[in-house]
Write a protein that binds this ligand. Structure first.
Ligand SMILES: [Zn+2]
Length: 54
């Protein structure tokens, strides 16, 4: 199943594994929400993951 995480800004990351989508969101936070770096952790992001039926 595809994993999806939607950022509050409207950015959507998708990946085939939890770690893939978490990495995308962490990269997005670094570039677009630098004030949240170190605030939103991988474990926080893991709770935001939605599963999309393939
Ligand atoms: Zn965002």
């Amino acid at each position: 199943m595809t994993r999806q995480v939607r950022c509050e800004c409207g950015y959507t990351a998708r990946g085939d594994t939890d770690d893939a989508v978490i990495s995308l969101i962490l990269a997005h936070i670094t570039t677009d929400h630098p004030d949240l770096v170190g605030v939103e952790t991988a474990e926080d992001i893991r709770t935001w993951i939605e599963l999309l039926p393939d």
